[in-house]
Design a protein around this ligand. Structure first.
Ligand SMILES: CC(C)(C)CCc1c(C(=O)O)[nH]c(=O)[nH]c1=O
Length: 312
């Protein structure tokens, strides 16, 4: 069977890669991704300056085994580190490189995009719309006017095909409004759905305490528990963005959830919590599981079932 796919005009040998933020902050992390059986890799969202991030514990798998919670606080090496990595990347390798940017302001996103555009590299830029907005206002992805304003500035600046990372939406009107905005920008060629489900709270029964230290224990939820929200966001945007692609992320623990993400419309699928817990060998395991599922169901390529989820 053929697990290859194309995203933003680039060919991926298989559809799997890391969720931004997992196994991608340092060159050592990224080397593990390069050496893994992933089809691609994306860097940790970069800010203009280096950031230490929040105090630990700031990430934990949940005792239920159903997912994870994190409030990392955008720890990253600063955008120049990832620009340098992108300048030295071996683009003759089969794995395309994606670069995630999460400026703390539109001005920072502009400065970072300008630097990457000036370098004119084959990597694909992805803007993280869960990035913080003006304090007191919701994240960019939940501020439709601010999101459109940002795209009015960034899309022309980036010029080449690029993507955006989206928070989960839960209201059909939000799918409609967000998609109408994205359809205004031809070089916005894909959306990645979903970022973690925001501001969950994990409490330990014995200690009667929040599990993570930052934000009184509030943090983004990932893992199996967000699968159905992820599938809905993938399919909602797959239906609403006919000229664009969707990268699916959320709830992947096996080949089965990857299969469901592709049925929902995903062109590629990212792994976060399960990669964090299992390590980069997860890509070989899940590629094999997906292969076995496709053989059992008689599919030879992803195109044969992408977006073909049936309705009753
Ligand atoms: C949540 C933000 C810190 C504003 C952005 C970075 C980020 C983080 C993080 O660095 O805390 N965690 C996530 O699950 N998704 C993200 O997009």
């Amino acid at each position: 069977v053929d697990l290859s796919t194309k995203v933003a005009g680039l060919s991926l040998p298989n559809l799997l890669f890391n969720a931004s933020g997992v196994c991608c902050q340092t060159e050592a992390d990224l080397k593990l991704m390069i050496e893994s059986e992933s089809g691609s890799l994306i860097t940790k969202s970069a800010t203009y300056e280096y950031r230490e991030g929040n105090p630990s514990p700031r990430y934990l798998p949940l005792p239920s085994g159903l997912g994870s919670i994190n409030s990392m606080g955008l720890p990253n090496e600063g955008y120049e580190y990832y620009l340098n990595f992108a300048k030295n990347y071996d683009y003759s390798s089969k794995k395309p490189l994606f670069i995630s940017l999460s400026g703390l302001s539109l001005a920072d996103n502009v400065k970072m995009c300008e630097a990457f555009v000036a370098a004119d590299l084959p990597c694909v830029l992805e803007v993280n719309f869960s990035c913080p907005n003006v304090p007191g206002k919701p994240q960019l992805g939940y501020d439709m006017e601010a999101m459109e304003n940002a795209l009015n500035v960034l899309a022309p600046l980036i010029k080449k095909p690029f993507g955006v990372k989206l928070p989960p939406y839960f209201d059909i009107a939000h799918f409609d409004t967000a998609a109408a905005i994205f359809n205004k920008f031809d070089n916005l060629v894909y959306v990645t759905c979903i970022n973690s489900v925001g501001n969950g709270l994990a409490i330990d029964f014995e200690t009667e305490s929040a599990l993570i230290k930052p934000k009184d224990g509030f943090g983004g939820l990932g893992g199996l528990m967000v699968l159905n929200t992820a599938l809905a966001n993938v399919n909602a945007f797959y239906r609403r963005l006919p000229t664009k692609q969707v990268i699916g992320v959320g709830g992947v623990t096996s080949g089965k959830e990857v299969f469901l993400h592709v049925l929902a419309g995903a062109s590629a699928v990212q792994i976060g919590t399960t990669l964090k817990e299992e390590g980069p060998t997860v890509f070989a395991r899940i590629n094999k599981e997906l292969t076995d599922i496709m053989i059992a169901k008689g599919y030879k390529s992803l195109d044969e079932f992408r977006g073909k989820v049936k309705t009753l």
